[in-house]
Design a protein around this ligand. Sequence first.
Ligand code: SF4
Length: 339
Amino acid sequence: MRIWNRELVRIDYESEIPLVGTVAFGLIDRGTNVIQVRPTSICPLSCIFCSTDAGPNSRRRICEYLVDLEYLVDYFKWIVMWKGEEKIEAHIDTVGDPLTYPYLVDLVQELANIKGVEVISLQTHGALLREDLIYDLEDAGLSRINLSIDALDPEVARWLSNTEWYDVERIMELAQMIVDTKIDLLIAPVWVPGLNDDEIPRIIEFTLKIGAGKKWPPLGIQKYEAHKHGRKPKGVRPMSWKEFYRRLRALERRYNVKLILSPDDFGIHKRRALPIPFKLGEKIDVRVVAPGWLRGEKIAIARGRAITVVDAKWIPLGAEVKVKVIRVKDNIIIARPVL
Ligand code: SF4
């Protein structure tokens, strides 16, 4: 199957691809009580500042991934057992938009049934939100939606999303609706300096007006960063952290709302991390099993991890090759072929 002329790779038990090891799909454990859940890599938008170069207009992606529900849930349970069955947050935050996952409601329901899972949160731009979906997610046990609205002006919002049909006014109506459900709402704009400076105060006013953030903070303003493989709008220079916090502090004073957030605000704390089965610089034998999500990359497997192999365009699927591990942090494993 293909999507936007890219291969759609299904990750299930049969694929034998571990769900830990890559950012593009599966599960990420960064040594806290939060487990990131990535059931799909697909996104319907093509935001001009996208850090993961997602969506129909992506120029670097060569495939997208879809993870089998049962496989994902079983793997998640295994990580929960490892970390301890209490105060776990399942944070569904993909390199695309989780609303593209066809089994999202079932996923939330299954996660809610796992012993120790106390919070289920979802990060989305909301383009595929619908009224009935919100109610289904509420019934399934979703705790919070982090909704990225980057501009309230419809034209600016459409331009930033680089998507003709993107309708921010409809999303604002749905945001208002979420506030009246059991799901908490956090509005999470990406602040792209020079592009949506005037929109940020308007977004804060809107968020406060609708009463978002009953249990958690109402706003989580994100700093635009120029990522190596992301999209970089022309003429935009990312703010320094110092400048970002200075501006946030000024807005905090103006609106009397907390904008500088810390892990404590979300109950995030350190927890036992999964073991990392590789050392940096180690040379290992891997089996190449799938295309990587970016041009020139492949997914390989070894020692129970999925490994992103870069500079691997020439390596055929099924090949067994030697690679050198060049990243292991947070159990995200990247390697390069040894020639
Ligand atoms: S920023 Fe988010 S919604 Fe926009 S293209 Fe990237 S992944 Fe999709």
